[in-house]
Design a protein around this ligand. Structure first.
Ligand SMILES: Nc1nc2c(c(=O)[nH]1)N[C@H]1C(S)=C(S)[C@@H](COP(=O)(O)O)O[C@H]1N2
Ligand SMILES: [Mo]
Length: 258
């Protein structure tokens, strides 16, 4: 089932660095994009240790690590990822997964239940109707994939922080782990989980989230790279253990070969 499309020969690493920098909250982003877009400049702006590498693999891994570090340093200051007007939305918005669209999971909304576990006071599962009844808001933000593309989309849903409060999550826990209908998974740090722009998403471009983009629910976080945004989410767990994820567990070796 797995394919290995995550290397695009000829991708310019400087462009990738520039794109990754768009994840930075202002004013760090503006400063960075105005100046020389280098890993050195990223280090300077954030204080996060990042060193230039010879291979694209190394660079991308560093960017990924850099993003984790930037979370702690920049997002704790309450900074937000850039938002855009409706006119900036990329149409059509790209589909991406480790398989083709016709192999994407088809979740039956009537059967769907989000299971909630780990360090929470209330672990009852949630139906789609119960989730839809929560307060929702819309964000128009940029999604950046390490395969070398980015696109601006419109996502509507509930703040993950709001949901975590409702299930009585222990927010002193270090991580939130997600499992998806087809087996994809990933772990995010609690700072990201509680970030105001991290969203349980139910709509794309004002319509019920299409199958391509993760029906019935994805987790959207504009402060993280695309692969950290799980689609078709069926389970969530609040935990002190880093349980990794689909790509994380492969040690990013999907980059090798460049
Ligand atoms: N369940 C699941 N979520 C996933 C993936 C996947 O293969 N399965 N791919 C990730 C990657 S690498 C990207 S870039 C985005 C693509 O989201 P999109 O199809 O909405 O553009 O989904 C992320 N979340
Ligand atoms: Mo991606």
């Amino acid at each position: 089932m797995a394919r290995a499309p995550h290397v695009i020969p000829g991708v310019d690493k400087n462009l990738l660095i520039k794109d990754a920098a768009k994840l930075l909250p202002d004013p760090a982003r503006r400063g960075f994009l105005k100046g020389a877009a280098s890993l050195g400049a990223l280090t300077f702006l954030t204080g996060c240790d990042i060193t230039d590498g010879v291979s694209a693999e190394k660079v991308l891994r560093q960017i990924s690590r850099f993003n984790d570090c930037a979370q702690a340093v920049l997002l704790k200051r309450g900074l937000l990822a850039q938002t855009y007007p409706e006119s900036a939305i990329t149409r059509p918005f790209p589909f991406n997964a480790y398989y083709n669209l016709d192999e994407a999971p088809e979740v039956d909304p009537a059967d769907y239940k989000l299971s909630v576990g780990g360090m929470v006071a209330n672990n009852r599962p949630w139906t789609l109707d119960q989730l839809y009844a929560l307060p929702q808001e819309k964000q128009i933000t940029r999604h950046i994939c390490v395969e070398g593309w980015s696109a601006i989309g419109s996502w509507t849903g509930v703040r993950l922080s709001e949901f975590l409060a409702r299930v009585g999550a222990d927010t002193r826990a270090r991580y939130v782990w997600f499992r998806c209908a087809e087996g994809y998974s990933n772990t995010i740090d609690m700072a990201t989980a509680l970030h105001p722009q991290t969203q349980m998403t139910f709509r794309f471009d004002n319509e019920i989230l299409p199958r391509a983009y993760g029906f019935p629910m994805k987790i959207r976080m504009p402060t993280k790279l695309g692969f950290k945004n799980p689609k078709y989410v069926v389970a969530m767990e609040v935990t002190n253990q880093d349980r990794g994820g689909y790509w994380e567990n492969q040690g990013y070796n999907w980059f090798s070969g460049l």
